[in-house]
Design a protein around this ligand. Structure first.
Ligand SMILES: Nc1nc2c(c(=O)[nH]1)N[C@H]1C(S)=C(S)[C@@H](COP(=O)(O)O)O[C@H]1N2
Ligand SMILES: [Mo]
Length: 220
């Protein structure tokens, strides 16, 4: 008995197996004890500050499109209605902004990045994801961070359509990294083999941005 018919173990099939083991439909519940919930150097805020480049793009649900391209088997070009027809996931997560505010228990609803990955199927060479927004903003992530179990493309927050100033119609939410990685007014998602630092990453911010190890600024 030979195993000639076994499909080759690719990086993606291994990741998929790991995602399946971790459980796809987590509630986003807090796993840290309450006294360890605030990352070093952060303070808690109850309001929700607005931070961006200061120019709100005038994109509405009607004109919004999501373009997923690059190193993928299946390119995607969705209207808002097509995006809304995808599997829906709700998560509750904390926000940590590099400017030192954190906000607990944010309720999000939208398309889990894992469901987007299942739809576009990144090719073997895809290692990084670049987010392009309607205001010209860009940010970059390793594929593994984009694929985090509680990351999603959010269209709603606290049960209401995401406010325009907070990135509506659709923003990315990647709770385990500083909030500048969570691109507002999402327009295009690009899968690439080689990393491509984004707006803040080329202006001295850390390339990855882990709040738990205070990856605020690049060491260079
Ligand atoms: N398109 C876009 N997304 C963006 C930004 C931006 O300027 N443009 N700023 C980032 C930064 S630095 C932060 S802290 C958060 C702020 O999100 P909020 O305004 O909803 O709090 O959005 C991030 N996403
Ligand atoms: Mo920020």
């Amino acid at each position: 008995m030979t195993d000639d018919n076994e499909p080759p173990e690719s990086k993606l099939t291994r990741s998929k197996q790991r995602w399946a083991r971790e459980g796809k439909f987590l509630t986003g519940k807090i796993t840290r004890p309450e006294e360890q919930r605030l990352p070093p150097g952060q303070h808690l805020t109850r309001d929700w500050p607005v931070l961006d480049l200061g120019m709100l793009p005038n994109v509405t649900q009607e004109h919004w499109r999501l373009d997923v391209f690059g190193a993928v088997e299946q390119t995607i070009y969705w209207t808002f209605a097509q995006f809304q027809a995808q599997p829906q996931t709700q998560f509750v997560s904390d926000i940590h902004c590099v400017t030192t505010w954190s906000r607990y228990d944010n309720q999000w609803e939208g398309l889990a990045t894992r469901d987007l990955l299942a739809a576009c199927r990144p090719r073997e060479e895809a290692r990084f994801v670049v987010l392009h927004s309607y205001d010209g903003y860009t940010t970059n992530l390793p594929l593994e961070d984009f694929a985090a179990e509680d990351a999603l493309l959010a269209h709603s927050s606290s049960g209401k359509p995401l406010e325009h100033e907070h990135g509506g119609p659709v923003r990315l939410v990647v709770p385990h990294l500083y909030f500048w990685k969570s691109a507002k007014w999402l327009q295009r998602i690009e899968f690439v083999a080689d990393d491509a630092p984004g707006f803040w990453e080329v202006r001295g911010y850390h390339n990855r941005g882990d709040p738990w190890t205070e990856q605020r600024y690049s060491e260079d």
